[in-house]
Write a protein that binds this ligand. Structure first.
Ligand code: AMP
Ligand code: MG
Length: 360
């Protein structure tokens, strides 16, 4: 080998090493950037309007905008499926074809079946067939007090046990009873929150707090790396923004039903949008708000509506017996909490004019 050619071989060896070293540096740099992106949790908050109410998202994630996009997509999908005032929703199709079977998506079929099961389990205080009666009261359109005769004839079309289900060769059919109008308003937001919670987990959110028309879902760790989420139970007055009491919770869902929103007053009487399925009247009584805390948003949403109809005594029984974890507020300012919330309550947070009582 000549001196020249040896030089070439050495030069070649050096450039090979350089290439390998450069490639290694590039790979390590790319990995570092990826790790940085994944570890760099950012906070993102936004408010949207869906299902006739506001939904607020608070998310801590490496890609929070993407996570919120995925969650919001789920809400919009639910809106299209379950809004009984939208001409295209599957609920509208079922109601327009009441008395006959209508083919629907498996998702709609399963949610209506779940609503019927919840109605049974809650002694009929929750009933997804109150649409005809709600329409009479005109909530959301033109509120008025209907006559007893009107309520009587609308009540003939109420009864969750008249909903029919049929599954045939992989297709799904639902039938509302003749003249019936299915209304999933009592659990639709809870269902959307169930899907939102799943989307937040899938998107790897470190923390997510989503508040949707009286329902709040808390997933992951508490905000700012804390172990708990502090959740305020709203002062039950129209447009109030302060908390009657604050709970420190490890996660789950808080669902509130109350008479301080979507109501109207006629001749000094307040009529709210929650209907008693046994009478067709607006649920009234000394209960002003009831909040249920559990892991499943649909169950929580259903239970808060059902308990509001049951009224103060029934709700206090449910809280005292351990049947339900929750908070009830009455017209006198008493804030009743179930015994299992004694550790979670921030005793210093009780608002002026309210007083805390542990039931049981
Ligand atoms: P929420 O705000 O979750 O308590 O749900 C109230 C909504 O559920 C109302 O606006 C109606 O659409 C519907 N609704 C009213 N009363 C009942 C009831 N007793 N059972 C089931 N849904 C109801
Ligand atoms: Mg509800």
């Amino acid at each position: 080998m000549t001196t020249e050619s040896r030089k070439d071989v050495v030069g070649l060896k050096i450039s090979h090493r350089k290439i390998i070293a450069a490639a290694a540096v590039a790979v390590v740099t790319a990995l570092c950037i990826m790790m940085f992106m994944l570890c760099r949790c950012r906070t993102y908050a936004t408010v949207q309007f869906h299902m006739d109410t506001f939904i607020s998202y608070y998310v801590e994630s490496s890609f929070p905008e993407k996570a919120v996009d995925a969650m919001d997509r789920e809400v919009r999908r639910c809106e299209q499926l379950f809004d009984r005032f939208s001409p295209e929703s599957e609920i509208t199709l079922i109601n327009a074809n009441a008395g006959n079977y209508t083919e629907v998506s498996e998702e709609t079929y399963r949610l209506i079946a779940e609503a019927v099961k919840l109605a049974e389990e809650n002694g009929g205080y929750f009933d997804p067939t109150l649409g005809a009666v709600s329409d009479l009261w005109g909530f959301g359109t033109d509120p008025r007090v209907p006559s007893e005769a009107e309520i009587g004839s609308a009540m003939e079309h109420v009864g969750y046990d008249r909903i029919g289900f049929m599954e045939k060769e992989g297709s799904f059919f639902v039938r509302a009873g003749e003249g019936q109008s299915i209304d999933l308003g009592g659990i639709a937001k809870g269902y959307a929150l169930r899907l939102i919670g799943e989307a937040a987990a899938e998107a790897g959110c470190r923390s997510a707090v989503i508040s949707f028309g009286g329902n709040v879902v808390l997933t992951g760790r508490g905000p700012d790396g804390r172990d708990v989420f502090s959740v305020g139970i709203r002062v039950p007055e129209e447009n109030a923004t302060s908390a009657a009491v604050v709970l420190n919770l490890g996660g789950g869902v808080v669902s509130t039903s109350g008479s301080y929103e979507r109501f109207f007053v006629e001749n000094g009487v307040r009529y709210c949008h929650i209907i008693d399925p046994f009478t067709g009247s607006c649920a009234a009584g000394d209960l002003v708000s009831v909040s249920v805390i559990c892991d499943d948003p649909v169950e929580a949403d259903c239970l808060s509506t059902a308990l509001f109809v049951r009224g103060l005594d029934g709700t206090l029984d449910a809280l005292a017996s351990g049947e339900v974890t929750g908070v009830a507020i009455d017209g006198s300012g008493a804030v009743y909490i179930s015994p299992d919330l004694t550790e979670a309550v921030d005793y210093d947070s009780v608002a002026q004019g309210y007083r805390l009582e542990v039931v049981g």
